[in-house]
Write a protein that binds this ligand. Structure first.
Ligand code: GBH
Length: 479
């Protein structure tokens, strides 16, 4: 087998998000985000966990950047906290901006490319009080905030993504209610989806006008859905609906300047068309330089009841809804494959197939560069008494998914980089600290960081720019 090398321009990184790692949520002027408030809702987050300390990254950023350098990371994808930069969504908070400015300087000193995300789910609560993303005005407020961050960091940060996973913000937040703001309202979820994309497009226009050299884009989470039986029209119909409401509802407006007709038909009567103003889709489809794809798992679905499936566990017993505002006769199908600690199926080839599709149908026609901005796995690993974390299952996950990326590239899909989620164990939203995605373990008592076996493996892969580096002559648990 030919050596699986990544060319010299391929970018290896790791990702985090502000609310999940920073802590210090009321330090130096930061105010509540919707996640601070949601964490106080009885039963919203497992064990009543919250983000007040998290990984204490706000106070440990210098050590954390040193750790990134020791792993050889070429890029670090992080997000800025809107409520830290612009408390109460009004005047800029210099101390909040200072924090990100120092972080960026530390990264650059270590030759790590800062990859900045403006919005990873933590809306200032004060904007939620006025309706949050269901209110069109929030899109314009997002522009004000983006300009403040850009004014301060634009001289040093060259890659800017607006949103992380608008699907989660809109549908887990406003329809399923499993994420902040915890609403279960299909109409608001569709309005939120539209206004998130409007905010994205407006920010791309503004930042492009400020500096045409910036690399601009967004990150979406995409789920490939496969029919249980590709010859069964009911199964194909189930795939059509889910693919529409999970993937195409974002990809088509952004890349084609229109909502798919079938999606509009499925959600008819829920108010989406009422919130679309003339000109919005031109703004939303402003050309982007980079598309980030977050991939965790794929799914098999049927149009007919399918018998028992392994239910994905809920974080708490709080009753939540469906994230899909308008699907009918859609049933999950059991996949006989290994699962992660989240109950998610492990399916590396789903990533390869997804990259092909997104390249062919969206990125290539638009001339947009494709990156995997998140991929990773939760396992219940703990630091052993001797101080090691032998997370061989995560090593296998990392290698098999990087293998899928490598194969996609070899097959003609020019994927430009990969970010592991996450650099370190952190606040996993409604799952609190109960789920660990890191290649670095965090002891939440002492805040001690321990590089796991997967972290060293990633460091070896990066150093060799190859999956066939000498240290692992034998494939570890390759599926
Ligand atoms: C990412 O979200 C986040 O960006 C990151 O902050 C988070 O920590 C990380 O992943 C790990 O969760 O179709 O109802 O079964 C991933 C979000 C989770 C979205 C699984 C799709 C399936 C929902 N994805 N989800 S459902």
């Amino acid at each position: 087998m030919a050596e699986r090398r990544f060319d010299d321009r391929f970018l290896f990184g790791a990702a985090t998000a502000a609310f999940q790692i920073e802590g210090a949520n009321h330090t130096d002027g930061r105010t509540d985000s919707i996640w601070d408030v949601f964490c106080r809702v009885e039963g919203a987050v497992i064990n009543g966990d919250d983000g007040s300390v998290a990984c204490d990254h706000y106070h440990r950023h210098d050590d954390d950047v040193a750790l990134m350098a020791s792993l050889g990371l070429q890029s670090y994808r992080f997000s800025t906290s809107w409520a830290r930069v612009q408390p109460d969504a009004r005047a800029a908070n210099p101390k909040g901006l200072d924090f990100y400015s120092r972080l960026v300087d530390e990264l650059l000193e270590r030759d790590i490319l800062p990859w900045l995300t403006l919005y990873h789910w933590d809306l200032p609560q004060t904007l939620q009080d006025d309706g949050g993303w269901a209110n069109r005005d929030t899109a314009y407020r997002f522009v004000d905030y983006a300009r403040l961050v850009h004014d301060r960091l634009g001289d040093r940060v060259r890659v800017w993504t607006t949103l992380n996973e608008p699907w989660c913000s809109a549908f887990l937040g406003y329809a399923a209610g499993v994420h902040a703001p915890g609403l279960q309202d299909a109409g608001q979820s569709l309005a939120a989806a539209h206004h998130l994309m409007l905010g994205h497009g407006l920010v791309v226009q503004q930042l492009r006008a400020a500096d045409e050299e910036l690399r601009l884009g967004l990150t979406v989470n995409l789920t490939p859905f496969r029919p249980a039986d590709p010859r069964d029209p009911a199964d194909l119909e189930a795939v059509r609906q889910l693919d529409g409401q999970a993937n195409r509802i974002f990809l088509d407006p952004i890349f084609r300047g229109r909502y798919p007709d079938d999606v509009l038909a499925d959600v008819a009567g829920l108010g989406l068309e009422d919130v679309i103003h003339d000109g919005d889709l031109e703004i939303i489809s402003t050309p982007i330089d980079v598309l980030g794809v977050n991939y965790y798992q794929d799914a098999v679905v049927s149009g007919s009841p399918t018998g028992p499936v392994t239910a994905t566990e809920a974080p708490t017993d709080r009753v939540t809804g469906s994230p899909f505002p308008a699907v009918r006769d859609v049933y999950p199908v059991e996949q006989d494959v290994p699962r992660t600690d989240m109950g998610w199926v492990i399916s590396p080839d789903g990533l390869r197939q997804l990259l092909h599709r997104i390249h062919d149908e969206y990125a290539a026609p638009a001339g947009t560069d494709l990156y995997v901005t998140e991929n990773g796995v939760a396992f219940a690993d703990r630091v052993a008494p001797d101080g090691s974390v032998d997370d061989g299952d995560r090593v296998a996950y990392l290698r098999s998914h990087l293998g899928a990326v490598h194969r996609a590239i070899a097959e003609g899909v020019p994927v430009k980089g990969y970010f592991y989620w996450s650099l370190m164990d952190n606040f996993e939203w409604a799952w609190g600290y109960a789920k660990r995605f890191g290649i670095v373990a965090v002891d939440y008592e002492t805040q001690r960081r321990t590089v796991k076996a997967s972290g060293w493996e990633y460091a070896n892969i990066i150093a060799a720019r190859s999956l066939d580096h000498a240290e692992t002559a034998v494939e570890v648990g390759q599926r």
